[in-house]
Design a protein around this ligand. Sequence first.
Ligand SMILES: [Zn+2]
Length: 652
Amino acid sequence: MLTERSSRLVTEAEREVTELLQAPGKRTVEGFLTSLDRILLRVRDVASHGSFLFAVHPDEEIRTAGRAASEAADRFFNTFRVNDAAYRALQEVDLTDVDGPTQYAVEKMLRDLRRAGAEKAPEVRAQLLELNNEIDSLCNQYNQNVARLERSVDLSGADELTGLPPDYLAGHVAGVDGKVRITTRYPDFLPVMAYADRANVRQRLLFEFMNRAYPENVEALDRLLTRRFDLAATLGYPAYAAYAIEDKMMGSPAAARSFLTRIADGLREPSRAELDRLLARKRRDLPSAPRLELWDASFYGDGYYDGKIRTEEYGVDTRTLREYLPYRSVRDGLFALCEQLFGIRFHRVESETLWHPTVEAYDVTLGDQPLGRFFLDLVPREGKYTHAACFGIRDGIEGVQLPQSALVCNFLDAGTPADSVRMQYSDVVTFFHEFGHLLHALFSGHGPWLYTTMSFVEWDFVEAPSQLFEEWARDPATLARFARNPETGEPIPSELLQRLKAASALGRSSRWLRQVALAAISLELYDRSPAGLDVSATFQEIYDRYFPTPLETGYHPTTSWGHLTGYSAIYYTYVWSLVIARDLLSPFFTKGTLTDREIAGRYVREILTPGSTRPAKELVRAYLGRDFDFRAFEAWSREGIPTVPTPPGPSA
Ligand SMILES: [Zn+2]
């Protein structure tokens, strides 16, 4: 039924585009452009809704139908982008006296079609269309494999989980065979990497984690790299990276490379000092340890020896922190913060049947004005998207429809009742991160055109609002608002918050150097011909340039790295957006508070609400009163490892 409805919607849209292009008369903004925009918006909804169902629906049949719907919509857009008649019609739109956002939307549409090859000869366009369709299905296949092919280790008993917090142990008891099964899903995996005292348990689980969707995705990725290279070559680009980066803030692979070099140069020294510190800590337990291993340190989430240092030297134990972080308090505290900062209100929607009983729905309002709806889907389950992300379900257009988004994450242990489930502190930070995306979607969903929504913001800017919002989850004053132990009623001790803040720089430079390494890998994989390319060896080689901690033989991290499909060559986005985000925080720091309503209001007005009605660089300039620069990021990354504030107290 879903498949029928979506394919009918797409077929109708195809017919409407043809009719619109054949209609006689002048191409006006009110007539032609508006009609075209609404057709594209409807198909875009089919795509978003389809890929959302694919990511979350518990019923495999509906997931498959969702995937088919989004593929049909993707094929529509692939066809539209090489439609030479649409390209010519758009060039004819009379733009005299139109406003800036409309001008910019049309410019971007024309650029999209030109980049896709709408000006090429018919046989070349047919070839490009075929390539794009194949690329889309390869991406879907890759991501479906990651979701489907989870792995696990079977432990001989609870003693293998020494070091894990009690609520984790309670949720992971032995089955009838006496074995405790630990999967590679995040709520299973991350606590083991952070706390399991037995190194070989961490090692075994990390091995499985690093081999998710292996070998299934080896071929899918090889074919994807090849087809994207072919596409770029057909369009006249030296490699896919040049094509992917051209319409971003960064502009070119050369600019990306020199950016990454600049950032890595600043991080290398402090990162080495951090890793030496971890190795020294490891040698207190194991004097003859030759080196730090990947399962000893923070590579994914919290690392084991990072945690030891945080506990012993800063008095911060993330297990103890969990007690103060019941999910519901965190959620309500986050909502209250947004009400205070931005004047928005949250209204729980109870009336609708949702796709899973653990999912929550909210409507958001600003005064009398409805801003949109969002969903929280935070409990892992079979077949669900395994990472954390904010999914756009519907783009908002003023007078047409309100935006809808969902946070799809895996923060909450499925075995613990909702009223007592706790969060890992690092997940609280991720929750704020994803909420930063959500706020962007809500505020920007009231513009004039599809091409001016948040979906069409320069991609390498989109992680700025999210990384900016993480700062509140690291702010002692913000955490103090909601972090409390529900059993004792005790609020989190303020002294613990100060120590947490002091410990937050621990591991920062290695964490970001790792991001730079991954960004360099994503760039290099796409900035060359894939003929004879050994993906795993390339990963290893570039990784080794940055880190002394070796990757084990037998790891295949590129078979479950979903960013290689969506982000392709532009994983640098996270670091680039962070440089911008740190500068966007400057006015708050100058003012000395993160809860200044005036600055928060300016942020909403100049950065979030405009969506992509103007280039991101201009939005930043309007907000800061100048161009962004590297100073804030460099100062932050040089904070390095602060001196230990106080000896750890027993309450930690
Ligand atoms: Zn993000």
